[in-house]
Design a protein around this ligand. Structure first.
Ligand code: CA
Length: 293
């Protein structure tokens, strides 16, 4: 994967991502790097703005994953982007305990390559779908070579989850992606849609001032309104983009949420013996707010 990352500059060569089978991905765009200017940690999100109303949440306080809210998507290795993990419905790959949801990618052999790992890809298709809102999650991310966790959305009409529309005409919003092969202190936001072919905004990166994302929980937020998308980490806005354009109908219908850990493949780099398997993505909560009428 030909990602080059130049630390401490605003130049980032960046590759798009298709989580779907479509593989027309060779765009190279520039992104902006935003450094967290405030070291303060925001461990709980309290909204002073009461125009937002909580419409959905999962705090993972039960004994197991709530299947009225989440689907365990099972897919063979290589299904997306030549990724090396298989996605299972096994509780060893996604489980709820002590108030947290943990997604865990396991390495099952002494080799590295296709189908040597199991992982989880959870989604809310058919169970939690929204058009516009504030989507926030508190997550401690994994780190390491070949590790690619994400918190993101897909248009609810996507064919892989029972709809009739292929990616990217569904739209996709990447609230966070972390490429462990690039920089464990950086997450990226992005969006994908269709405009005479696959189009995307170009990933925009947010870099922690101190430490890496695997060391603590952080809040990852998308504010999605009719005019624009806004990305935040720990309450700090690091990017916004307008979506009130005729080629962006993909962002004006319902989307569902996804959480996953991809391993290896076309975009995630290559796991190796330095990758600290099993790797975990620990989620304290996920909340969705919408504007009061
Ligand atoms: Ca919790």
């Amino acid at each position: 994967m030909n990602i080059s990352w130049r630390k401490d500059t605003v130049q980032q060569t960046l590759i798009t991502r298709s989580r779907s089978a479509s593989a027309l991905l060779s765009l190279v765009l520039c992104g902006l790097v935003t450094t967290n200017s405030q070291a303060e940690e925001s461990n709980h999100m309290e909204q002073k703005d009461d125009s937002w109303q909580l419409v959905w949440e999962d705090n993972f306080d039960g004994q197991e994953l709530d299947n009225t809210k989440w689907n365990r998507q099972t897919e063979p290795a290589g299904r997306f982007n030549d990724e090396w993990q298989r996605y299972t419905s096994d509780t060893q790959n996604a489980f709820v305990k002590d108030g947290y949801l943990t997604l865990q990618a396991n390495h099952h052999s002494n080799e590295h390559g296709l189908n040597q790992y199991s992982s989880a890809r959870l989604n809310t298709a058919g169970k939690g779908e929204w058009q516009y809102g504030r989507i926030v999650a508190r997550i401690k991310l994994p780190k390491g070579e070949g590790v690619w966790p994400a918190f993101w959305t897909l248009g609810a009409n996507i064919d892989e989850n029972g709809g009739d529309t292929p990616w990217p005409k569904t739209g996709e919003i990447d609230i966070l992606e972390l490429y462990g092969s690039k920089d464990d202190a950086v997450i990226e936001g992005n969006m994908h849609y269709y405009d005479n072919g696959h189009a995307h905004m170009g990933a925009v990166a947010y870099k922690l001032k101190d430490g890496i994302f695997a060391e603590d929980f952080h809040e990852f937020e998308l504010q999605w309104g009719p005019q624009q998308l806004i990305w935040k980490v720990d309450g700090n806005t690091f990017h916004s983009v307008r979506i009130d354009k005729p080629e962006m109908t993909e962002f004006h219908h319902k989307h569902f949420l996804l959480l996953n850990i991809a391993i290896g493949g076309k975009w995630a780099g290559r796991p190796d013996d330095t990758t600290p398997f099993p790797v975990q993505m620990v989620v304290d909560w996920v909340k969705v707010y919408q504007q009061r009428n």
